[in-house]
Write a protein that binds this ligand. Structure first.
Ligand SMILES: [Zn+2]
Ligand SMILES: [Zn+2]
Length: 156
C-alpha cells in the first residue's frame, strides 16, 4: 500500500507526509490555545482520516524544528504546542478538563519581584481555575463533573 502511495507522490502530487504536516500546523494555529498531542490527534482526525498518535508526534517534532510551532511546558503536564510568532502572553489551565487557554495581558512589574542583584530575563505565568464550560457544569450539578472526570485521562 505504501509503495503505491509513494509512486503516486512521485508523479507530481504533494507527498502525503507534507499534506499531514500542513494539516497539523493548521490544527494548531486554528486552536488559538496550546494543544497536547492527544488534542492535536483528535482535532486532526476530521482532516486526516486514519491518522495516529505516532504521526502526530513525528510531525509535531518536525514543525517545532522548522519553527512553525513551539512547545508550551507546564509543570507535571504533557508538553503542549502553539503557533510560533504569537506575541508575549500567558496561560490559564482548567483544573477540571485540563485544557490550557491563552490569556492576554502581562503584569510587567513581575521583574521587580526578584531580589536585588538578580537580573530577570524572562518569566512565565499560569493561572489555574475552571474554564467557563466547567464552571457552568459545576453549577448544573455533579452529573457533569463525573462525566468530565472520567474523560480527563484521555487528554493526557
Ligand atoms: Zn474546563
Ligand atoms: Zn508576561
Amino acid at each position: 500500500m505504501s509503495t503505491r502511495r509513494r509512486r503516486t507522490s512521485s508523479q507530481g502530487l504533494a507527498p502525503r507526509s507534507s499534506v499531514r504536516r500542513e494539516a497539523i500546523a493548521t490544527v494548531v494555529a486554528a486552536a488559538r490555545r496550546p494543544l497536547s498531542p492527544a488534542e492535536i490527534l483528535s482535532a486532526a482526525r476530521g482532516r486526516i482520516p486514519g491518522i495516529g498518535i505516532a504521526t502526530v508526534y513525528r510531525n509535531v517534532k518536525s514543525l517545532v524544528a522548522a519553527g512553525v510551532i513551539r512547545p508550551v511546558a507546564l509543570p507535571g503536564e504533557p508538553t503542549r504546542f502553539e503557533a510560533s510568532g504569537i506575541e508575549h502572553h500567558h496561560h490559564f489551565q482548567c483544573t477540571e478538563c485540563r485544557r490550557v487557554y491563552d490569556i492576554a495581558g502581562c503584569p510587567r512589574a513581575l521583574r521587580h519581584l526578584a531580589p536585588p542583584g538578580f537580573v530577570v530575563h524572562d518569566h512565565s505565568l499560569t493561572l489555574y481555575g475552571r474554564c467557563p464550560e466547567c464552571a457552568s457544569n459545576r453549577r448544573d450539578g455533579a452529573a457533569h463533573r463525573s462525566g468530565r472526570a472520567a474523560r480527563a485521562p484521555v487528554i493526557e
